[in-house]
Design a binder for this molecule. Structure first.
Ligand SMILES: NC(=O)c1ccc[n+]([C@@H]2O[C@H](COP(=O)([O-])OP(=O)(O)OC[C@H]3O[C@@H](n4cnc5c(N)ncnc54)[C@H](OP(=O)(O)O)[C@@H]3O)[C@@H](O)[C@H]2O)c1
Length: 334
């Protein structure tokens, strides 16, 4: 199951609002095939694996080619319960049954109410031996964003703040202050930004710090998280790094619909940034509208499941007061 989780991680950044899933086929204690869910609209991990292993056509469609058959004793491992509903792809349960899979080990129940235990039931009713959940806590942690979307209709939200021992988050005049050490920066880039679909800041931070909000100084390659700026009036300077570096297509400016198609919006969009109009109430974005905009796929944007809120003070306060926090990381530096 831990190998499934490693494989699942490979889908990060390309699966949009879907789940991170890896799958293995084991024969006589050895892994004989493995795959993961690799992108929005592609086959789910367990189906992708069987399609590659046994590409003969089945009633629910399949590729032609030389085939290795699934044997009676083979065990299929997957970190998420196989789906049993028609979504962007056909149900995995029917496919596994048709292909002769007789043993399944799963990591966690699918929180999607259309599945939620029914996938397991369908497999068992067809005579498949199903074991699980196993390594459940790790499976659920990996897919905390997907679970949050299904249960709370919003992404998983992590707040991250760096402060000095005496509690400062910036210089007294508001200008940026280097607080964290090199080791803390590497950890943040690899383990925090690298495991988030998006990094979010308020426009005050863009004006004060002109941050890049990218992943740097790491050996491992990561898909870049989106950079989200809450900026109702579109005050982001057109010279900011987030709209002038080579990753502007990963920048989303959330704006008041009144300003989302004006001349400044056109200037920023021309630089490659996306402008997302979100309704406002009492000077703040309406949460339900914000989550809808950020989690529902449209065009090349496939939605996000997790957000790292990096500041500044006003933005942290707004998120905290609204109870929009699942996890808080406080880095203490000198
Ligand atoms: N130490 C750290 O970890 C850290 C991290 C980041 C920043 N900082 C520091 O923090 C300071 C900036 O903080 P700040 O409080 O001035 O600004 P900020 O939090 O970066 O931005 C605040 C602005 O963002 C917009 N905003 C945020 N949430 C919103 C919502 N839900 N709806 C609508 N608009 C929303 C509002 O813009 P408008 O109302 O103006 O449109 C608000 O005034 C800088 O000095 C920076 O160096 C420190």
């Amino acid at each position: 199951m831990r190998r499934c989780l490693e494989l699942a991680e490979r889908g990060r950044g390309s699966i949009g609002n879907g789940a991170l899933v890896g799958s293995l086929l084991v024969r006589e204690g050895k892994i004989i095939a493995e795959d993961h869910y690799s992108g929005f609209g592609n086959f789910h991990a367990e189906r992708a694996l069987v399609e590659k292993f046994d590409p003969t056509p089945s009633a629910s469609g399949g590729l032609r080619g030389a085939s290795q058959k699934i044997a009676q004793e083979d065990v299929l491992y997957v970190n998420l319960e196989p789906c049993c509903h028609e979504g962007k792809t056909p149900p995995c349960t029917n496919y596994l049954i048709e292909k002769g899979v007789k043993h399944v080990v799963f990591g966690m129940i699918d929180p999607d109410p259309r599945v939620s235990g029914k996938g397991i039931m369908q497999l068992r009713e067809a005579g498949v031996e199903v074991i699980g959940p196993v390594v459940r806590a790790q499976c659920e942690w990996l897919n905390r964003g997907f679970i949050s979307l299904r249960k709370k209709n919003r992404p998983w939200i992590t707040l991250k703040m760096a402060r000095t021992l005496s509690g400062e988050i910036a210089s007294p005049d508001g200008s940026p202050k280097k607080i964290t050490s090199k080791d803390q920066d590497v950890w943040v880039h690899e383990r925090v930004r690298g495991e988030s679909d998006a990094v979010l800041v308020g426009v005050g931070t863009v004006i004060a710090d002109n941050p890049f909000l990218t992943i740097r100084n790491t050996i491992k390659k990561f898909v870049r998280p989106y950079r989200i700026i809450l900026d109702a009036q579109l005050n982001t300077p057109v010279t900011s790094h987030v709209v002038t570096d080579e990753h502007t297509s990963r920048t989303i400016l959330v704006a008041d619909p009144k300003n989302a198609s004006g001349p400044k919006a056109r200037d920023l969009a021309q630089k490659g940034a996306h402008i997302f109009p979100v309704a406002m109430k009492d000077g703040q974005f309406v949460w339900s509208e914000l989550w809808k905009m950020l989690t529902e796929p449209k065009g090349d944007f496939h939605g996000i499941a997790s957000i790292l809120v990096e500041g500044g003070r006003r933005t942290w306060d707004i998120f905290k007061e609204a109870g929009m926090v699942d996890e808080e990381i406080i880095l203490i530096g000198s």
